[in-house]
Design a protein around this ligand. Structure first.
Ligand code: ADP
Length: 631
């Protein structure tokens, strides 16, 4: 120590400074032995300085050694001012009492030299880093946790500044490309400006209001629509001002698709259910064990059960077969299903109240949950069967009645013809004067009798003919017959009629080689009928023509009878072939006829394997075509 008062002062001040310093301060000798420590040391470390072991030496401190701080500290003892790296120091390991704290500290070492420049002491000031390091550690930990949480997450997380430029983004789908996003705005990132505008609008709202928003947004990425569930939270600075936004974006495209698909599937199911419920046919599903697992309302109703009551019951409650019979039918159905996949037939059923009824059923096999099931669609045909039966009976009765009528007519006609012929014969005898000469008045009366006798005979002949045809009692002598012969035989019969009425008759000279396979008498009968009709329904001055036609392709020969007469309305063309049908009864009353000619003619044509058809135009005329088999 020197006598210099200033030196004494300096020593006093430094001592005061040392004692009062708020920093933990330690003084070592040049060898590293602890000389003194201040009060702040004791506060800082939580132990009195004398709790240090007597032989403590900083240059051999095991804690500092462990943390690699000694090389730096040694430089201080060599004369350099040094600052150690932050050290986590646990003083309780050194203090003799085992007390003391663990702190994060940074040692500031100042060498003190004597006049000769030799290092005599080293001063160590501890800077407390505990709070800072702990804060940093807490931050690091929090970031670590955050990163771990994000690592497996598909949530796109990002932050944007007030300008809505990206400052950070976590997007696993982007990988390294995520860096390109930083500094950009949505407007620069998304293909469709509209999406970007909508997104930015939401974010601007959050910037403005400071309140979070959650919205589903649609964006197009690489041309593909994607749906995101977007949450935008305000990001506040230390002063609490909104400094940007932080967004979480979850891709819900798949979820939406799944929901849509599920909804569609549900709709399809409910539609199918509605279809089944609206069906008139009963539908039931039976499992392999013969237990009913489904019925539609029509099935329940048909069998007289409450809705769903049949489900769970054995299918035999529905039918009336004895067990053996039932087994036989089941075996038959299974065999049929295996062969064709379907069984169609009639079941004998019974309702809940025991009433039997018949259904027509279609059974198909389907697989449900890996097991075979039967689907049976059936309808009650009891009524229909009853109606069919009634119809069949009615038809039989009608046919029998018709046969009886025809037979009656045939007999009657025959019985009528005989006396009528007798009347005709006696008229002729009288006319010939066998009973004496007659006066002109008597002759005129006889003529009237004769005309009426003929008309009546014609009518009876028609009825007889029809009755025979209708009763199927006509016999045909089918042979190859030249068509021309039939026409030649017909012409002389019709010519006088036509001439008398002033109607021109033109008969085409058919090819002699044109041969039909038919009964020539019947062909003649048909032609006479067609031609006399033609003359009858054609006004004087009109024309009736007959033409032949060969159709080798259809193996047919046709004779057409054409007239320029009154014609037949289109809606009557079919009916005129029915017996007793006349289009205009006033006309026939004057012209004569029974309405049987065409009915007979068509029957005869068909009886020879041919056909008779008509075409006509009212006011223009008619054409009747007789088609015969070609020879
Ligand atoms: P009918 O000539 O004895 O009355 P048809 O069976 O021969 O009986 O004819 C039935 C009806 O068909 C006739 O009453 C007439 O109304 C119509 N018809 C037949 N042929 C002709 C024809 N050529 N032109 C116009 N109408 C005809």
């Amino acid at each position: 120590m020197s006598d210099d008062p200033r030196a004494a002062d300096a020593s006093f001040y430094s001592r005061a400074l040392f004692e009062q310093s708020p920093f933990s301060t330690v003084i070592y000798d040049a060898e590293g032995r602890l000389l003194a420590a201040n009060a702040a040391f004791e506060r800082f470390w939580g132990v009195p300085v004398d709790s240090a072991p007597p032989d403590y030496n900083v240059l051999a401190d095991p804690e500092l050694e462990r943390q690699g701080a000694l090389p730096v500290i040694r430089r201080a003892f060599a004369g350099e001012t040094v600052v150690t790296p932050p050290v986590r120091y646990d003083i309780s390991r050194l203090s003799t009492s085992g007390a003391g704290r663990t702190v994060w500290t940074q040692g500031h070492f100042y060498p003190v030299r004597d006049a000769g420049g030799r290092v005599t002491h080293v001063v160590l000031v501890h800077v407390d880093l505990t709070a800072r390091v702990e804060a940093e550690e807490a931050l690091r930990l929090s970031e670590e946790r955050f990163r771990t949480a994000l690592r497996g997450s598909a949530v796109i997380t990002s932050s944007q500044d007030r300008d809505l430029r990206y400052t950070w983004m976590h997007n696993p789908a982007l990988g390294d490309r995520v860096r390109r996003v930083i500094g950009k705005r949505d407007m620069e990132l998304f293909e469709r400006t509209l999406d970007a505008e909508a997104m930015e609008a939401i974010k601007r709202k959050v910037l403005r209001t400071g309140e979070s928003e959650r919205r589903e947004v649609l964006v197009y990425e690489d041309g593909q629509p994607r749906y995101y569930d977007l949450t935008v939270d305000p990001l506040r600075d230390a002063a609490g001002e909104v400094a940007g936004v932080i967004c979480a974006q979850i891709d819900v495209t798949e979820r939406r698709r799944y929901i849509t698909e599920r909804r569609r599937a549900e709709e399809a199911l409910s539609m199918q259910a509605r279809v089944l419920e609206s069906m008139r046919e009963g539908v039931s599903v039976t499992n392999e064990a013969g237990v009913i697992v489904y019925t539609n309302p029509a099935e329940d109703e048909m069998f007289g059960y409450a809705r769903g009551e049949l489900v769970g019951q054995h299918v035999t409650v529905q039918n009336t077969y004895p067990p053996d019979e039932n087994q036989r039918i089941v075996a038959e159905v299974i065999a049929q299903l295996k062969a064709t996949g379907e069984w169609v037939g009639e079941w004998q059923n019974r309702r809940k109240d025991g009433t039997p009824f018949v259904t027509r059923a279609r059974i198909t096999a389907i697989e449900l949950g890996g097991r075979a099931h039967w689907v049976c669609v059936q309808e009650d045909v009891t009524e229909r069967k009853r109606a069919d039966e009634a119809l069949r009976e009615a038809k039989e009765t009608a046919e029998a009645a018709s046969r009886a009528k025809s037979e009656f007519l045939a007999v009657m006609s025959h019985e009528l013809r005989t006396p009528l012929n007798a009347i005709g014969g006696y008229v002729e005898l009288l006319e010939m004067g066998v009973r004496g000469a007659l006066e002109p008045g008597q002759l005129a009366d006889l003529e009237r009798i004769r005309v009426n006798q003929r008309r009546l005979l014609g009518l009876i002949n028609d009825v007889l003919n029809y009755a025979k045809v209708d009763a199927g009692r006509v016999e045909y002598v089918i042979r190859p017959a030249p068509v021309r012969e039939a026409l030649d035989a017909t012409e002389p019969v019709i010519q006088p009629l036509a001439a008398a009425k002033g109607v021109a008759l033109e008969v085409e000279a058919c090819d002699q080689a044109l041969v039909a396979v038919a009964d020539p008498d019947k062909v003649q009968q048909v032609l006479v009928n067609l031609l006399s009709n033609a003359v009858k329904f054609t006004e004087p001055g009109g024309r009736v023509s007959v033409a032949c036609e060969d159709d080798p392709a259809a193996r047919a020969v046709r004779v057409r009878v054409r007239d320029t007469g009154v014609g037949i309305p289109a809606d009557r063309l079919d009916a005129i072939f029915d017996p007793f049908v006349q289009v205009d009864t006033r006309l026939t009353r004057t012209a004569g006829g029974t309405g049987l000619g065409l009915a007979i003619s068509r029957e005869l044509a068909r009886g020879m394997g041919g056909e008779l058809t008509a075409e006509s135009r009212v006011g223009e005329g008619s054409t009747f075509t007789l088609t015969l088999r070609r020879g």
